[in-house]
Design a protein around this ligand. Structure first.
Ligand SMILES: [Mn+2]
Length: 338
């Protein structure tokens, strides 16, 4: 009920702002919706329910639709599936660079029941460009976790300097407008978690990546709670200091003892293979177009550089009742725009 009231009042506020033409640059960020760091766990118990993860779309709406057509999920201008059969997750950086950020945003907002999203560094920068155009505030966005606190590392003074908006972000923010951006902020989260009950798998969807132990809490003593990662690591990291996992960076030169973060997962499972009461974890992410499609056992990188004329990639999970495991299907469409 409380959520409902908050939702209604937020939407009303932005309708008033849009109609009266109030100056957006003076908009107090107190009224902007908080972004969920981790959305409520999606529990999958129906063997017919499929999961479809899609890498960095970057405003390439035509390629996104072509991909859905190839999957037989799009026909005659419509999504021809239902949320019980298919849950789509866009892995962040779905806005900017390509020609149709607005169409991609509308696609998400028109199909909220079927289409989920995690925020990438580019969406964060688009939000910052409209909420904090003069860099007036240190932390202009609010993030909540299940425990409703801000990760300690996010309070660093120069923390947000890493992702300062550029002209392309201001442009997309103007094109979408604050009401749509507020709706996206409310609908997407930074991380999505899927609990595949039929196979004891856990899947995390995140834009940049996350580390072994992140977001795990099991009071029964299976997996133990380790840490709440910083927002910057979830949306922007590529490297981690393997001697101090709190130090992450986008460039290898900016961190000591830097290795690609996903290598920690392969080492983690090499030392600690899943036991009887342990879930098998897979992290599905985008962000790393330079590495391209990067499929390991526990980490699946799906950014294959659509924004630079590469491919748009998707990975579908489908339950196989004979083996009680999920089969995965990789599909790619070429992105012709250069
Ligand atoms: Mn990115």
């Amino acid at each position: 009920m409380l959520m409902f009231i908050i939702t209604v009042s937020t939407v009303l506020y932005f309708i008033i702002v849009s109609v009266t033409g109030m100056d957006h640059s003076s908009l107090p960020f107190d009224h902007f919706p908080s972004i969920q760091t981790l959305s409520p766990t999606v529990k999958i118990t129906d063997p017919n329910q499929r999961l479809l993860f899609i890498g960095d779309v970057h405003g390439n709406y035509d390629e996104l639709i072509q991909l859905l057509k190839d999957h037989q999920y799009w026909k005659d201008g419509e999504l021809i599936t239902d949320p019980q059969t298919l849950q789509i997750t866009l892995l962040g950086d779905f806005l900017t660079k390509g020609p149709d950020s607005l169409k991609v945003a509308d696609f998400i907002l028109d199909h909220k029941e079927s289409v989920g999203c995690v925020l990438g560094n580019n969406e964060i920068m688009v939000l910052l460009s409209i909420l904090n155009p003069n860099h007036k505030f240190k932390i202009p966005l609010k993030f909540t976790t299940e425990r409703n606190f801000l990760p300690e590392n996010d309070k660093d003074d120069d923390y947000w300097d890493v992702i300062k908006p550029r002209s392309k972000h201001y442009k997309v923010a103007q094109e979408l407008g604050i009401l749509k951006l507020a709706q996206l902020a409310q609908h997407c989260s930074v991380v999505k978690k899927f609990d595949l009950k039929l196979s004891d798998d856990l899947i995390f969807g995140v834009h940049a990546g996350l580390l072994p132990g992140d977001f795990l809490l099991d009071k029964k003593g299976g997996d133990s709670f380790q840490r709440i990662p910083s927002i910057i690591s979830l949306v922007d990291m590529k490297y981690v200091n393997y001697k101090n996992w709190y130090e992450v960076s986008r460039d290898i030169d900016d961190v000591k003892h830097g290795i690609r973060w996903y290598k920690l997962w392969e080492e983690y499972y090499a030392e600690k293979p899943p036991g009887k009461n342990q879930k098998n974890i897979t992290v599905i992410y985008g962000h790393d177009a330079h590495n391209g499609l990067t499929l390991h056992e526990h980490t699946k990188g799906l950014d294959s550089a659509c924004a630079k004329g590469g491919y748009l990639s998707s990975l579908e999970y489908e339950f196989d009742p004979e083996t009680s495991h999920y089969n995965t299907h990789l599909r790619q469409v070429p992105c012709n725009r250069v």
